[in-house]
Design a protein around this ligand. Sequence first.
Ligand SMILES: N[C@@H](CCC(=O)N[C@@H](CS)C(=O)NCC(=O)O)C(=O)O
Length: 230
Amino acid sequence: MIDFYSWPTPNGHKVAIMLEEAGLAYNTIDIDIQKGDQFEEKFLAISPNNRIPAIVDPEGPGGKPISIFESGAILIYLAEKSGKFLPTEPHARMDVLQWLMFQMGNVGPMFGQCNHFRSYAPEEIPYAVDRYTKEVGRLYGVMDKQLGRKEFLAGEYSIADMATYSWTLGYKRYGYDMDQYPHLKRWQAALTARPGVARGMELQSEKRRTGGMSDDAKKVLFGDQQYERR
Ligand SMILES: N[C@@H](CCC(=O)N[C@@H](CS)C(=O)NCC(=O)O)C(=O)O
């Protein structure tokens, strides 16, 4: 059975959704990133960048165990293991991989920085807020245009949609309204209606933070210890 190391955040959600959608057996291990579990030696051994998610599959390729960090790599691995949500036909496969990389290299980092500067930075930095807020709007626009042409990001429903979905939901925090992006809104509703997506989003939901982030959690996530504990 796959060990899934995670916490209920957008990067954790994508893998939880895929595990559910693909019907793979797994066991969830909480890594409380607000308390600093991500810096424990045991976890760093499988996720050297001290980030969730990570997986360990005792039945990896050739029957040998494998551990994987970086959500995009995990999604590709699980798609290949299950034979689902990543086509083998080369053109269709590249369509999925390019939209997956678009999420990994653009949506995740830019939305993450936008959230940081709008909600967590100790002082208001208008240049950063403006730059990342505009960048989020630009990326919403890219997705909306693509979803006006295709039902899902890469045509068929795939790991690219699973990777992107949860990141797009926090639009109010970024100062946007989904009525501005009708195709994206239609796509969000289609994913929300999928039972596998709902189960993935539900995983660890009782641990999800309600209200603001505590000062202790901010110290763990944004303070100096991440540079020292390595
Ligand atoms: N590129 C990584 C990003 C993972 C990531 O940023 N995870 C966050 C939670 S969403 C985390 O573990 N943060 C802990 C920390 O910053 O110490 C991936 O896609 O797996």
